[in-house]
Design a protein around this ligand. Structure first.
Ligand SMILES: Cc1cc2nc3c(=O)[nH]c(=O)nc-3n(C[C@H](O)[C@H](O)[C@H](O)COP(=O)(O)OP(=O)(O)OC[C@H]3O[C@@H](n4cnc5c(N)ncnc54)[C@H](O)[C@@H]3O)c2cc1C
Length: 378
């Protein structure tokens, strides 16, 4: 065990529950390249999605609870964890923050139970970090909106029922007032889903969603017309702490595997762990992992205290990704050639760290946010 978990019964119980739900079928999901919908309903029923529902009012569980679920599930599979995150921290958070009471009452309970699956589509081929540059457009037609265009990379796009979609509604307006946000039914005519052949975050899906004259009722406009950019960036800021926890979980899973390897693998007649150069590397990775975990917890605390958590969220994401990249590659190295095989247990770690570096803002975007914060005038 890598941290204080053996003295925390709640954490041990969560770890055991997630192992029970994920491990028996994980190999099959990896082979199929997809996560069955029933996993979400099972997790929802057992309170493992990070969503609360008292039968009346669905809501997000506290940040620290969601972070723990994501960290622990990512130890087993960052791909499964990101599918949970896309549902809860992108789709459901969007609904909670910007859906009106009717949208929330209609779709919130099903989403909280894991029966109605969600995703968020923002990135387009020519607009990722520069979210204001999107071109999928929404035009008023009678009382409705019509959506035309493509979202390039959508996690859960293959399996979701509804998507939070950003669209260009006011092309003549300034960059900050051109976009709006919509709640879009993906099971309707005009929506095409094309699953992409990715290598990271298996077995989650990454899907291209194309909208061809797709009708969206006026009541499905989320938040305020013209505030879509600010709204989507707010959702990404919120999900930055959960994705940091997910990324740490992946790094912790890698380090655990590496330590086991170091104890077992004999080389030149003695275990790898006996080579001080390697043992010191392990110690440094462990120290960095613990430091990153402390920062992620601090960011969670800032969210729960309702403080301005934006800079801490970016620091947490930056450090977690940095840590996961280094530990992931180092772990794969410890397994030598064997780790280049797709089904080797160490194979996923460098790839999943790479994926984490992209979601919810690249490392450069985190630096931009941190730099703006530390350089702003007193
Ligand atoms: C596995 C996976 C799942 C994803 N899931 C989703 C999803 O569910 N929904 C969704 O909407 N999107 C999703 N994305 C897309 C993701 O959010 C984008 O990839 C990310 O925002 C980066 O955008 P981009 O790929 O267009 O890269 P670009 O924005 O083109 O960036 C290219 C390079 O330029 C750098 N850069 C950009 N801006 C600056 C700057 N101002 N200063 C310095 N350097 C800069 C970047 O750091 C990067 O190195 C997913 C991506 C992946 C890989």
């Amino acid at each position: 065990m890598l941290e204080e978990s053996h003295s925390d019964p709640d954490l041990l119980a969560l770890r055991a529950q997630l192992k029970e739900e994920l491990l028996p079928d994980l190999k099959k999901w990896l082979r199929d390249g997809s996560i069955p919908r029933r996993l979400f309903t099972t997790l929802g029923r057992k309170g493992l999605l990070g969503v609360t529902f008292d039968g009346e009012q669905p809501g997000l569980a506290p940040c620290s609870q969601r972070a723990r679920i994501l960290e622990e599930s990512a130890r087993l599979s960052a791909g499964v964890a990101i599918a949970i995150l896309a549902h809860v921290d992108l789709g459901f958070t969007g609904l909670q923050l910007f859906g009106d009471p009717i949208l929330q009452q209609t779709y919130g309970p099903g989403a909280a139970r894991g029966e109605t699956l969600l995703c968020l589509g923002n990135t387009e081929n020519h607009a990722g970090s520069d979210a204001a540059a999107i071109s999928l457009n929404a035009q008023r037609q009678g009382g409705d909106w019509r959506l035309n265009g493509t979202k390039a990379y959508v996690t859960n796009g293959a399996i979701a029922d509804f998507a939070v979609i950003t669209a260009l509604t006011d092309p003549e307006a300034s960059r900050n007032q051109r976009l709006s946000m919509f709640w879009v039914d993906l099971n309707q005519p005009g929506v095409t889903r094309r699953k992409l052949n990715k290598s990271v975050w298996q077995p989650s899906d990454l899907t291209r969603l194309t909208f061809d004259d797709v009708r969206v009722p006026a009541a499905h406009l989320m938040g305020v017309r013209g505030r879509g950019l600010q709204q989507v960036l707010t959702i990404f800021t919120h999900s930055r702490v959960p994705i940091s926890a997910l990324t740490l979980g992946s790094a912790a899973g890698a380090l655990e595997l590496a330590l086991e390897r170091m104890r077992r693998r004999k080389i030149f007649g003695r275990p790898l762990a006996d080579f001080q150069a390697k043992a010191f590397e392990a110690a440094v990775h462990y120290a960095h992992l613990q430091a990153a975990r402390a920062v992620v917890r601090e960011a969670c605390q800032a969210v729960e205290d309702q403080n301005d958590f934006r800079p801490q969220a970016s620091v947490a994401k930056y450090l977690a990704v940095d840590c996961a990249r280094k530990i992931g590659t180092w772990t794969a190295d410890l397994f030598g050639a064997a780790s280049v095989m797709r089904d080797h247990p160490a194979h996923r770690f460098p790839l999943d760290a790479w994926a984490s570096s992209l979601g919810e803002g690249t490392q450069d975007i985190q630096k931009l946010i941190i730099a703006r914060h530390i350089l702003k005038a007193e």
